[in-house]
Write a protein that binds this ligand. Structure first.
Ligand code: BT5
Length: 247
């Protein structure tokens, strides 16, 4: 399939500033890993790859996407808010993806706490977010499926904008997501009402698998100032959420 390359010049014109620098590479292992290894990278550096050969998910999972079929990019941030509030970074990134998709298509994705963007009645995974930190900087990586066909997506739970009928210019979409990301990062926790409105997890019965092997079940009530999910009276910092469907 012939796919149009990203236009780095147009992207820079649209987002630098507010971002400090933006590079597009044709291939790398992982944009998150590259930015994390760049100790001198200024606040709001962006790295975009047309293809990742070892894209990372959370824990030891991976993110896979054919060249130019989606957007795979990372932004390095040096937040002025205390690290106790950095748990909001994935939530703000998710909101920025929703904002960017809404402004360039007629589709309205939803969020699954903490790092998934869902689309459609069957809640397919449209985008995933990976936030990593070395204590000084935070790197937020986003993988977003744009043109990918069902056969190209790695798992049946994945979906793309094209599978929902949207034909979108990836350069325009990426510029929109980045502009909204910058805006959401200025709002920080002031974005909480918008997050609650966009988040399909809040108000649902959920099962959360925590990395230590434990499972928390209950109604997801809210997120707090640190980005934690309140489930059945317990605050959860990280985990894999399943939205439990009522019978
Ligand atoms: C995530 O992890 O969803 C975070 C993905 C972050 C990817 C970006 S791309 C730019 C930056 N650089 C990186 O190296 N990573 C970031 P998690 O919640 O652990 O989900 C991973 C799971 O999603 C996999 O185990 C698959 O089941 C599924 N998956 C993999 N590729 C997918 C895709 N293209 N679309 C939908 N689901 C996918």
């Amino acid at each position: 399939m012939e796919r149009v390359a990203l236009d780095a010049g147009r992207l820079r014109e649209a987002v630098v500033p507010p971002f400090s620098r933006l590079d597009v590479v044709s291939e790398t292992a992982s944009t998150n890993a590259d930015l994390l290894a760049d100790a001198d990278a200024p606040d709001r550096s962006v790295l975009v790859a047309e293809h990742q050969t070892a894209g990372r998910g959370r824990l030891d999972r991976s993110w896979t996407s054919p060249p130019r079929a989606g957007l795979t990019f990372s932004a390095l941030l040096r937040p002025s808010v205390p690290p106790s509030e950095w748990g909001w970074v994935p939530l703000l990134a998710g909101l920025a993806v929703v904002d960017g998709v809404r402004s360039t298509t007629s589709l309205v994705p939803a969020l699954k706490w903490p790092n998934d963007v869902l689309l459609g009645a069957d809640e397919g995974k449209l985008a995933g977010i990976l936030v990593q930190s070395d204590g000084a900087a935070v790197v937020v990586g986003i993988g977003l499926n744009v043109d990918a066909t069902a056969g190209e997506l790695p798992v049946p739970t994945a979906t793309s904008l094209a599978l929902h009928g949207a034909a979108v210019d990836r350069t325009a979409l990426l510029a929109a997501v980045l502009v909204h990301l910058d805006r959401r990062l200025h709002e920080w926790t002031d974005a909480a009402p918008d997050y609650r409105a966009a988040c399909a997890t809040i108000g649902r019965d959920v099962r959360v698998a925590i990395a230590d092997g434990s499972v928390v079940e209950g109604r997801a009530a809210d997120v707090d100032g640190s980005g934690r999910l309140l489930v059945g009276g317990r605050l959860v910092t990280a985990g894999d959420v399943v939205h439990v469907r009522s019978a």
